[in-house]
Design a protein around this ligand. Structure first.
Ligand code: URA
Length: 239
């Protein structure tokens, strides 16, 4: 089983530079399985390793997979310019671990955002070959019409796309409300498709990705959670 020294372990989990992690340990701020350890060279098995920093308990994780209920007015980009970045909603060590959003939601879009520090996972989830349904709830400026729904389902030609884009599901929820399910994740896709149909997207919320919903996770706006193996498996579920 893999063993790791305490200073390296803390650094790998995003608690700062090796030097800083050593100082935390020597200052008596770190415990392992409930026992204070002030020797940074002490080695531990990583499996099921529970450690405490500043009285907060953590489980060692080789990678982290997270779901965040994104509030409005946060940016997903690495260098946010007009609004705070979504990483400011998470504990600081995730930034140190290079956790990144998987795909993007617009600054004014709310709902489920996945984040991880596992490069191949991010790549696989964002691949255009991966047909994972994403469930959106859109409020429209003008009333929803049967023609709009028919067009969203049969195909909408956007300016810079070679072929029309279709919604997998487009269902009326209210006079100005639609559920739209997409398998692709093109730039501003929902807003551009609605605009191309002659309507306007007034607000947008992503409720679910694959078989994993915010409701099932019990996440309120601004809250996040780890995703474990069973939840990650749900991400691959079709519509
Ligand atoms: N489509 C959009 O237009 N915006 C989003 O944030 C997500 C999908």
């Amino acid at each position: 089983m893999a063993k790791i020294s305490l200073d390296r372990m803390l650094q790998s989990q995003g608690f700062g530079t090796r030097k800083y992690c050593r100082s935390l340990i020597e200052d008596g701020e770190v415990a392992v399985h409930g026992v204070l350890v002030d020797n940074y060279r002490a080695e531990f098995e990583t499996e099921n390793l529970v450690y405490t920093v500043f009285d907060e308990d953590w489980l060692y994780r080789p990678h982290v997979y997270l779901a965040l209920h994104k509030p409005p007015n946060f940016e997903c980009s690495r260098k946010p310019s007009h609004h705070p970045g979504v990483l400011t909603l998470l504990p600081e060590q995730f930034t140190w671990r290079d956790v990144q959003p998987v795909g993007r939601l617009d600054h004014d879009t709310t709902g489920m955002l996945l984040l991880s520090d596992d490069g191949p996972f991010i790549h696989a989830q964002s691949s255009p070959k991966r047909h994972v349904p994403k469930y959106y709830e859109a409020t429209t400026a003008d009333a929803v019409t049967p023609e709009l729904i028919a067009q969203m389902l049969s195909g909408v030609q956007l300016n810079d796309e070679p072929a029309p884009l279709t919604a997998l599901i487009c269902r009326q929820l209210g006079e100005h409300q639609l559920e739209i399910v997409l398998e692709q994740g093109k730039y501003h896709q929902v807003k551009r498709m609605l605009a191309a149909c002659g309507n306007h997207c007034a607000s947008l919320h992503r409720a679910k990705i694959g078989g994993l919903s915010l409701e099932a996770l019990g996440l309120e706006e601004g809250e996040w959670c780890y995703l474990e193996a069973e939840e990650l498996a749900l991400l691959a579920e079709g519509a």
